[in-house]
Write a new protein. Structure first.
Length: 222
């Protein structure tokens, strides 16, 4: 299959799945920000995105996107490593290569570990118990996400850990977003700097949005 067998095809899959995950981050960040202004509105959204069939279908699509992105990240990293000439890393001027570009796989692995903790803090205490028909793991209903945010971020250590995780995501996105568009063909002297600027702005908005929710959760619970 061309998408899997060719280098360009693999990059296209990485780009499409990456952009899909960015769209999810924008939606997730926007949804979470509502909790700062109205816990009731946020809980209504949580109720809509409970264990309904469309929410479950969306969760499976999202999980598939994450898995594909990770698998092809390893494939591309391995093939790039095998294709790299001896002494390449010492011969090439490292200033020409962005730090994020050099460490995308490492950043991705850190994000994956943070994702596991995030799922244990929220998804495993809301949607998962509702799917299994068990009792919520915290005081409140399955849809009381606003209360769970306060409970989770009442711990300063957890807040610092989340903000550090958001920074790693920001770092990953600053390269990943424009690189994805570049891989899909938007690469010329006019669009290249524009894409990099847009990637930095969008990454920063996502970072600030998620961080604001953590800070607000801490302040509201203390």
């Amino acid at each position: 299959m061309w998408l899997i067998d060719s280098s360009i095809g693999r990059k296209v899959i990485m780009s499409v799945t990456g952009l899909f995950l960015v769209l999810f981050l924008i939606f997730h960040m926007s949804m979470n920000v509502t909790a700062i202004f109205s816990g009731e509105t946020y809980n209504d959204i949580c109720g809509f995105l409970g264990a309904n069939w469309y929410a479950l279908a969306g969760t499976m699509v999202l999980a598939a996107g994450v898995v594909l992105h990770i698998v092809f990240a390893f494939i591309l990293s391995y093939r790039n490593y095998k294709a790299r000439p001896i002494g390449y890393s010492t011969q090439k001027n490292q200033k020409e290569v962005e730090l994020a570009s050099q460490n995308m796989l490492v950043l991705g692995l850190i994000i994956l570990l943070g994702l596991g903790l995030h799922l244990s803090h929220f998804w495993a205490k809301m949607q998962l118990p509702e799917i299994l028909g068990t009792t919520p793991a915290y005081e409140g209903e399955f849809t009381n996400g606003a209360e769970l945010i306060k409970i989770t971020f009442s711990n300063l250590g957890i807040c610092v850990g989340y903000i550090a995780w958001f920074f790693v995501i920001w770092f990953h996105l600053t390269h990943g977003i424009w690189s994805a568009f570049q891989s899909t063909g938007l690469d010329n002297k006019v669009w290249f700097p524009r894409l990099k600027m847009c990637a930095n702005i969008l990454s920063t908005i996502i970072f600030l949005g998620f961080t604001a929710v953590v800070v607000a959760g801490y302040l509201q619970s203390n």
